[in-house]
Write a protein that binds this ligand. Structure first.
Ligand code: NAD
Length: 504
């Protein structure tokens, strides 16, 4: 069943989705499909109704240990003997299978995460398939270098040296719930390209598509044990994976708070680690911006994925000449967004992932109002069940308020006026995060002058929140360590070995 066009509403869930959700969902560990050793489970919810739809194993250290053993065994087994071109071929097959199963995967993602099925189709499936293809290409292009060396001992001796790039080993991948399938592919694809094996722990809220992904890995011809999935909580399964002595590298995406815990544990064991963490992205709008672009800024930059995006534009700084128009236009756009189930792509604001996250967003909004900020939209309670929140825009905010400093991770944005560009740059950089940012101007000089001044790893100009597999992505400051995407991603999954040969 191939993927439907992005705008097609889902009137009835595909049979495969219904039967998968109705089945007893099991983990993938080597060639086995185990339940948790302790037989415990975690409920999985449909955010559009708030109802539990299925459950997954709640694994603990014993289950994680079995998965790491399977990954370690696979690392030394057939996988290590596959030629780069053979790794590339199975990855390309995996990308094809993702698309062939695309409609079911997209619907499953929407049922589990709540997001628009349009985004599930375009990002979770199509972008993920392209990501895997891109990384598959790198499998055959891994290279070291030859080195001229000047070793003076013993006198008269000559040496020739070169470097080899070798797989880092068993990768423990821990992913968040906001782009479940896509984030899993961001970890698995470079790991496979480099010849590593993986134990993946998806977020407890959104494990379903990741389990299907691991099933498709087997179907694509990736040997059992190369990609393993353990489900469970962060404190149990995630912590056990991070601390496991046979895990060589942790690839983590999630909050800064958990990233810190993982980073400390990784350093204890000298594990390799990459941390893709939170953000609080500024959007600086200059007087000379093209105001027609505000629709794009709102749709892609702010309210995309119901604001549950690490790079979402959450702090707008608008120069005084355009401030009123920016406020007026964004308030009109936000007020007109239709709210409803992600299965209908016409709905632009969908349920957020969980009751806990819904409560968190509402608490952030309430606190902001208590602190004196001005909400531009009426706060109407959503009728009926489901984890819905309303979009909200605040003016009259102070830089020190928590809405300006902490992640809300929902459809909430602030707008602050500025006169002097230097002031805007200072305010934009006044954050502990440094993930994404954007500037909006039609003046080339301003672009070139201010882009280098912004403390964020990715800076968009007249665009926002658009990563690409060929564009390195990561965080400055407390937004993380390391880069994903592009050639830079491979270094995270490779060790450099120096080889020095005495020439006779
Ligand atoms: P989270 O940090 O709560 O959880 C992320 C993952 O870590 C989950 O799988 C969770 O089970 C696991 N985890 C939790 N505690 C753990 C522990 N002690 N040890 C090991 N694993 C543990 O984040 P979330 O709420 O799932 O996702 C939202 C966060 O992710 C936001 O902060 C967002 O900015 C960030 N994010 C960052 C990027 C990026 O590329 N920089 C992308 C997407 C999301």
């Amino acid at each position: 069943m191939f993927i439907a066009s992005p705008e097609t509403p889902v009137l009835e869930l595909a049979t495969g989705v219904r039967s998968f959700v109705a089945s007893e969902i099991r983990m993938i560990v080597g060639a086995e499909r185990p339940l948790a050793a302790g037989r415990q489970t975690l409920a999985v919810f449909d955010p559009s109704t708030g109802a539990a739809i299925t459950s997954v194993p709640r694994s603990g250290p014993e289950d994680v240990d079995a998965a790491v053993r399977a990954a370690k065994q696979a690392l030394a087994g057939e996988w290590s003997r596959r030629l780069p071109a053979q790794r590339q071929r199975v990855m390309l097959k995996l990308a094809d299978l993702l698309e062939e199963n695309g409609e079911e995967l997209a619907q499953l993602e929407t049922v589990n995460n709540g997001k628009s099925v349009m985004l599930s189709r375009l990002v979770e499936v199509t972008s993920s398939a392209e990501y895997i293809r891109y990384m598959a290409g790198w499998a055959t292009k891994i290279e070291g270098s030859t080195l001229d060396v000047s070793i003076p001992v013993p006198p008269g001796a000559r040496y020739q040296a070169f470097t080899r790039k070798e797989p880092v080993g068993v990768v423990g991948a821990i992913t968040p719930w906001n782009f479940p399938l896509n984030m899993a592919c961001w970890k698995i694809a470079p790991a496979l390209a480099c010849g590593c094996t993986v134990v993946l722990k998806p977020a407890e809220e959104t494990p379903l598509t990741v389990i299907r992904l691991a099933e498709l890995c087997l179907e694509a011809g990736i040997p059992a044990g190369v990609v393993n999935v353990v489900t469970g909580t962060g404190e149990e399964a995630g912590a056990a994976l991070t601390a496991h002595p046979d895990v060589n590298k942790i690839a983590f995406t999630g909050s800064t708070e958990v990233g810190r815990i993982i980073g400390i544990q990784a350093m204890r064991d000298m594990k390799r680690v990459t941390l893709e963490l939170g953000g609080k992205a500024p959007m600086i709008m200059f007087d000379d911006m093209d105001l027609d672009q505000l629709a794009v800024a709102a749709g892609v930059g702010i309210f995309f994925n119901t604001g549950q995006t690490c790079c979402a534009g959450t702090r707008i700084y608008a120069q005084k000449g355009v401030y009123d128009r920016v406020v007026e236009t964004l308030a009109a756009i936000a007020g007109s967004l239709s709210i409803g189930s992600g299965l209908d792509p016409a709905n632009q604001i969908n349920p957020v992932v969980s009751a806990k996250h819904q409560a968190h967003i509402r608490a952030c909004v309430d606190q902001c109002i208590e602190q004196g900020a001005r909400p531009l939209l009426d706060q109407k309670a959503h009728d009926g069940p489901g984890f819905y929140v309303q979009p909200q825009i605040f003016t009259d905010v102070q830089q020190g308020m928590s809405i300006m400093q902490d992640e809300v991770f929902g459809p909430v944005v602030t707008i602050t006026p500025f006169s002097d560009p230097e002031e805007a740059i200072r305010l934009a950089n006044d954050t502990r995060f440094g993930l994404g940012a954007s500037i909006w101007t039609t003046n080339l000089n301003k672009m070139l002058r201010y882009v280098p001044r912004i403390q964020a790893e990715t800076v968009w100009v007249n665009a926002h929140n658009l990563p690409d597999q060929n564009m390195p992505f990561g965080g400055l400051k407390r937004s993380g360590i390391g880069r994903e995407h592009g050639r830079a991603a491979l270094d995270n999954f490779l060790e450099t070995k120096s080889v020095c040969i005495a020439v006779g």
